[in-house]
Design a binder for this molecule. Structure first.
Ligand code: FEO
Length: 405
């Protein structure tokens, strides 16, 4: 595909990867993807915005050459340094050695490691900084964690183009480039959000606060269609998906997930549930992990402030459904979540401690020592399970206590 003019003086110089079927290990890409990059012409030179995956460099450089000479390039803006966008950066700096590179402050320690060039020159930019070149003004916007710590966006004032980075992207190849010309990519847009942006909802909301101040004609993303028709609809979708609703009128949800071999961990789970239910300001849920699929796990985990996991120990480990539950957390925001663990065991009981450690590693608050019971819980031990639920519920309700770190 060749360079495509998307606005006056603004060109799409990205490349297509129609045959890729898995991206970043976790994403399926049934329609392939694109690595988008852009070129802005000004009366005093050219700005390149992002590059492409290294193996597509030749096509990328041909696109640049069809629009300008390398000597005209004054600046290179890197919104994101993941290799699918920085793969041609080193070569570009060789072809246009006079060009200054702009990156966010968080990208500084990464850029040398990614390009392998020790003496690469760059300047840090952030919100309120701007680049004036000839008749064009590019305003920088700090949008960290979307989806790497160093990600940023920028806005071309005169042409009203938002260069959003990965935000609003889709893994969806269609050579027609623009959202009003390509096929139906709605599912790809949502899938991308759920796998890339969903763990960073607070950061999405912060970015949208910056975007909402702008008069935007086009959203130029790093993957998939360029959003020129109704770009605000896409911004609104991100806002809707990232805004916490209060459908429970202030009540918090605590969800218990368990697996059980001989009903012992299940009996504990049910008493913990009773303890939680003694609070009128909580909604307690209880789930047998053997009957829960991943999509349901994700929804429940996302809604729950408190997450309590019950597991037996089998061959010195927790059973696979428990680890599957925890691996889902990769796709979710963990901020503000509180965790706890329990389980019945036969002789060693390591699983509960392993899950407790995993919750801490995921940055959950884990204020209670886990409740471990040998084999069949006694009546007294089940009373302790009840109290465990009551105490956990009080913590979720805001009771201050010394935290187990
Ligand atoms: Fe498209 Fe996060 O790289």
């Amino acid at each position: 595909m060749s360079a495509v003019k998307i606005k006056r003086d603004v060109y799409y110089i990205g490349v297509s990867d129609p045959d890729i079927r898995t991206f970043d290990i976790i994403m399926k890409t049934a329609n392939g993807t694109t690595y988008n990059a852009y070129l802005v012409k000004t009366t005093q030179g050219v700005i390149i915005l992002d590059t492409v995956k290294e193996e597509f460099s030749q096509e990328f450089f041909e696109n640049i050459e069809s629009v300008c000479r390398y000597e005209e390039i004054k600046y290179i803006v890197m919104h994101h340094l993941e290799p699918d966008h920085s793969g041609a950066l080193l070569e570009l700096t060789k072809k246009a050695p006079q060009a200054k590179v702009f990156i966010s402050p968080m990208a500084g320690p990464m850029i040398k490691a990614i390009t392998g060039k020790e003496d690469i020159e760059f300047e840090n930019v952030w919100t309120n900084k701007e680049l004036k070149l000839g008749d064009k003004t590019l305003k920088f916007l700090s949008t960290p964690n979307l989806h790497w710590p160093e990600t940023m966006s920028s806005y071309l004032v005169e042409e009203k183009v938002l260069f959003s980075g990965d935000v609003f992207g889709s893994h969806y190849f269609d050579s027609r480039v623009f959202n009003d010309l390509v096929g139906d990519f709605e599912y790809a847009f949502k899938y991308y959000y759920e796998h890339i942006m969903r763990p960073f909802k607070s950061d999405v909301i912060n970015a949208i606060k910056l975007y909402e101040k702008l008069d935007i004609d086009i959203v130029a993303t790093l993957h998939g269609p360029v959003l020129r028709k109704n770009p605000h609809e896409y911004i609104e979708l991100y806002k809707k998906w990232s805004t916490k609703t209060d459908r429970l009128h202030g009540k918090k949800i605590v969800s218990i997930f368990y697996v059980t071999s001989y009903k012992n961990t299940k009996d504990m789970a049910e008493r913990i549930y009773d303890g939680l239910e003694s609070s009128e300001t909580l909604i307690a849920n209880i789930y047998d992990l053997m009957a829960l699929d991943e999509q349901n796990m994700l929804s429940i985990l996302e809604e729950s402030t408190g997450i309590i996991i019950g597991t037996p120990t089998i061959n010195s480990d927790a059973p696979k459904p428990v680890w599957d539950l925890l691996s889902c957390m990769m796709l979710l925001e963990k901020k503000g979540k509180i965790g706890a663990c329990f389980g019945s065991f036969g002789w060693s009981g390591e699983a509960v401690d392993m899950i407790q450690a995993r919750l801490k590693a995921l940055k959950f608050r884990v204020p209670l020592e886990p409740q471990k019971i040998k084999l069949v819980p006694t009546k007294m031990e089940l009373n302790e399970s009840y109290n465990f639920g009551v105490e956990f519920g009080e913590i979720v309700n805001g009771k201050m206590m010394e935290m187990t770190l």
